[in-house]
Design a protein around this ligand. Structure first.
Ligand code: HEC
Ligand code: HEC
Ligand code: HEC
Length: 435
């Protein structure tokens, strides 16, 4: 069969698309540097000379930039606000958040509000197509007024002359032109609804979750070419060391979430279901803790739907035998000091294990990863702190961690214990190559 010209073009397009497959892992990179504390990242300095934006618009822009978590990828722990350089590692290579301060040479100081809107909406800048590492797939539905307010706010921040670093991608992912084809195939005008609803509160929540919060970028599974699998909105995705769980209405109900518990988790980092950790820590720390009460109510209303499903109680599981006893002994010996003999935890010190969603999840991935790696001490904001959770990779072997996980799952998670030694072994190996 002869390959026709148009067919050859199609093939080229498909190859180019395949070449950039997976580049849209926006938000779910492993960030080498945690973003800076919000206070410095978001302070509004005095108006820059010549800036015409009015104060109300700048204030709103600052709030919207927090809700959209721009700092997560554009502000490093030690760098100036929005000066870029945040390293975003992916299997395809490393992306860098860019300088979006008003610096005329290295930042976006020469841009118009139109240019800015086009970057957020289409992923296209005055001189290039952005990689979908920048989540324009979610920001696409941002209103013009909100884009203008964020632009006005950024234009008031201090101009910083930090040069951008080029993305360091492996061939063939480094072919920027491939993004054009990827966009043709996968850039949707709007993301599907995550729940059923129609109220004004629900609609505001849809905008906050689908657009500004870009929650789907981490919580929705991805297809073969790195695109969001829109048929499984918010059904959970394992991309980095810690997976993002199912936060669809069914997933939240199965894990026992209610609207007040979600508001506590997103607002303070801690809820009866556990604490925010992994990449979710930065989301709470830099973004969701600043949501005003009406917006928080909108977010939880949208996540659960206008008519929420009842939170499911823990299923009782009967387990016994030598492996259960071994898991229990390990728990009492090394975990109970912090998490309590009864699994009840200690306020502001360590979270409860009983009904904790990490223990309760059908997928034991996060439970095993946290037991191996631990969690560094986390300061969530004004209202909550948690001590450090040590990692046990060096002190517990695969069998001990498997037995321990199965004990926790059946005792306090309502899950049959099905964790195998080889699952622990695999995650241990992945963790070792991780550091
Ligand atoms: C998940 C990480 C992430 C988040 C969140 C994010 N960005 Fe980006 N952004 C990037 C990356 C990575 C690039 C560079 C992409 C490339 O090299 O093609 C970028 C590029 C840009 C650019 C283009 C700059 C230039 O000089 O070409 C602008 C403007 C921008 N982002 C603005 C924003 C704003 C405003 C927000 C919040 C509303 C935001 N970004 C949130 C990762 C992110
Ligand atoms: C020194 C105290 C300490 C010990 C010992 C400890 N933990 Fe933790 N653990 C914590 C703290 C504190 C957190 C919450 C960390 C945060 O979010 O900042 C935590 C979080 C967790 C989480 C994540 C759940 C969530 O929602 O945050 C799991 C799972 C967990 N621990 C399991 C264990 C297991 C299993 C052991 C024993 C092998 C153990 N821990 C031993 C302090 C401890
Ligand atoms: C950068 C990736 C990322 C983004 C963006 C993100 N999340 Fe998460 N989220 C995670 C990870 C990883 C976890 C698992 C660790 C934990 O429980 O804190 C998680 C956990 C959660 C949980 C706890 C679920 C459970 O059953 O334990 C909720 C609720 C949640 N996220 C809501 C949201 C909402 C709402 C947004 C958007 C405003 C959002 N997330 C954005 C990565 C992300």
């Amino acid at each position: 069969m002869k390959i026709t010209r148009s067919r050859a073009l199609m093939l080229a397009a498909t190859l180019a698309t395949a070449a950039i497959a997976g580049l849209s892992l926006s938000g779910c990179f492993e960030q080498a540097t945690a973003a800076a504390p919000s206070a410095s990242a978001t302070a509004v300095p005095a108006a820059a000379p010549g800036a015409k934006a009015n104060n109300e618009q700048v204030k709103r822009g600052r709030y919207l930039a927090q809700a959209a978590d721009c700092a997560a990828c554009h502000t490093t722990a030690t760098g100036a606000p929005f000066a870029g350089g945040v390293e975003l590692k992916s299997p395809f290579g490393t992306f860098y958040g860019t300088n979006i301060t008003p610096d005329k040479e290295h930042g976006i100081g020469k841009w118009s509000a139109d240019d800015f809107y086009t970057a957020l909406h289409d992923g296209v800048t005055p001189d290039k197509h952005l990689y979908p590492a920048m989540p324009y797939t979610s920001y696409r539905t941002m209103s013009r007024a909100d884009s203008d307010a964020i632009f006005a706010y950024l234009m008031q921040t201090r101009a910083v002359a930090t040069p951008n670093k080029d993305a360091d991608l492996k061939f063939p992912y480094n072919m920027r032109f491939g993004v054009r084809f990827w966009n043709m195939l996968f850039l949707e005008d709007k993301l599907p609804d995550a729940s059923v609803g129609n109220s004004a509160t629900w609609q505001r929540g849809r905008y906050l979750v689908n657009n500004l919060g870009h929650c789907a970028e981490c919580h929705t599974p991805r297809g073969m070419l790195g695109q969001l699998d829109l048929k499984r909105t918010l059904n959970g995705n394992v991309l980095a060391r810690i997976g993002a769980p199912d936060i669809s209405p069914a997933g939240l109900s199965a894990a026992g979430w209610t609207a007040p518990d979600l508001a506590s988790f997103l607002g303070t980092g801690v809820a009866p279901q556990g604490s925010a950790y992994g990449e979710m820590f930065a989301v709470v720390h830099l973004s969701t803790q600043y949501l005003v009460p009406d917006d928080m109510n909108a977010v939880t209303t949208y996540l659960l739907g206008d008519k929420p499903l009842a939170p499911q109680p823990l299923k009782p599981v009967t387990a016994s035998g030598p492996e259960f006893d071994a898991g229990k002994r390990t728990y009492i010996a090394v975990c109970a000091g912090c998490h309590g003999v009864d699994g009840g935890g200690k306020p502001h010190v360590a979270v409860a294990m009983k009904a904790n969603t990490t223990v309760r999840s059908a997928d034991p991935h996060n439970l095993i990863a946290v037991t191996l790696d631990g969690i560094e001490a986390q300061h969530f904001g004004a209202k909550e702190n948690m001590q450090e959770m040590p990692g046990f990779a060096k002190t517990l072997n695969d069998k001990e961690i498997a037995d321990l996980s199965n004990f926790l799952r059946s005792q306090w998670g309502g899950q049959a214990g099905k964790v195998s030694e080889s699952q622990v072994k695999d995650l241990r190996a992945q963790g070792a190559s991780h550091h």
